[in-house]
Design a binder for this molecule. Structure first.
Ligand code: SAM
Length: 285
């Protein structure tokens, strides 16, 4: 039974971000049945089609030819052709070409049918262990240091969980900038190579994430990364006497956070959590 609805429809078809089995039955069916597949990289999409024994016509649609190709695809849609938009991996339009085409379809009343499917940002978020209640997607961090630092600085007090894409070439620099602009103690999760052989999801304080990445060349030379940053936690005003602060500060100069909190709490009979909150606030840049 055909899944295609009427004619002149643009289907948005997500494709796997690593594991070919992550394509849906419906996506395969649509890729088989449409008149044309507009794809970011013909070679790449051909691998997918070949694997699932799908034969169809492909046309390239990428960031370099997107503007010229838009009119061509719109003409075809208006003539009644059905087109599937796919990127090299994941959900088209999410940091991939397609936005202008879709905007034009809206203006011209051309029907768009999006299929649900893989997206690195959402897959990483789901496994991050960081609150998913409210989050913001920031795409790629700027490649220029100044713009990257400015953006991170502006996000220091963002309360929502933040999701970034990052290239292997800049992962170390970006984590260093996160430490400087957001704070060495902020909790971060790195989701690397999701759905692939070397998949790993690792979370820790920003400064420890940096040492973890540096430990293994593969972590900064290879692979794809999503960075998830915990949102800013507003700490209530903490009222601690000067006496307690002095004790804690002296201890903290020579002992670990845990030991300093423990001893201070014993000496002054103060709740450990209050001291932790004070310490986090003080130690976060
Ligand atoms: N449209 C895609 C999506 O829905 O996720 C994103 C395309 S964007 C050009 C590519 C970036 O997504 C990579 O540089 C990386 O940051 C992230 N990414 C894609 N696949 C990934 C994977 N398997 N593991 C981790 N990150 C991935």
């Amino acid at each position: 039974m055909s899944l295609l609805k009427k004619t002149g429809i643009l289907y948005i078809v997500p494709t796997p971000i690593g594991n070919l089995f992550d394509i849906t039955y419906r996506a395969l069916q649509i890729l088989k049945e449409v008149d044309l597949i507009a794809c970011e990289n013909i070679k790449h999409t051909n691998i997918l089609l070949k694997y699932f024994k799908i034969k169809n016509t492909l046309t390239s649609f990428n960031k370099n030819n997107e503007v010229q190709k838009n009119n061509d695809l719109i003409k075809k849609l208006k003539k009644g052709n059905t087109i599937a938009l796919v990127s090299s991996a994941g959900t088209p339009v999410i940091n991939d070409p397609g936005y202008l085409l879709i905007k034009q379809c809206h203006v011209l009343n051309i029907q768009i049918i999006p299929l649900p499917g893989p997206c690195a940002a959402i897959t990483a978020l789901s496994a991050s262990g960081i609150s998913t209640h409210r989050f913001c997607y920031e795409g790629f961090l700027p490649s220029k240091k100044k713009s990257r630092c400015d953006l991170l600085h502006s996000l220091k007090k963002e309360k929502r969980t933040m999701i970034f894409y990052e290239s292997k070439h800049r992962i170390i620099e970006s984590i260093k900038d996160i430490i400087n602009e957001i704070g060495k103690n902020r909790h971060i999760v790195i989701a690397r190579e999701i759905t692939k052989k070397w998949e790993i999801i690792y979370g820790n304080k920003a400064e420890l994430i940096l040492s973890w990445i540096k430990e293994d060349q593969n972590r900064y030379n290879k692979g794809e990364n999503v960075i998830i940053i915990d949102g800013y936690k507003e700490l209530k005003n903490i009222n601690i006497s000067e006496k307690i602060i002095n004790t804690f500060t002296i201890l903290r100069n020579i002992l670990s956070l845990k030991q300093s909190v423990f001893i201070t709490s014993k000496i002054h009979k103060i709740n450990k959590n209050i001291l932790y909150q004070y310490a986090i606030k003080k130690e976060e840049k």
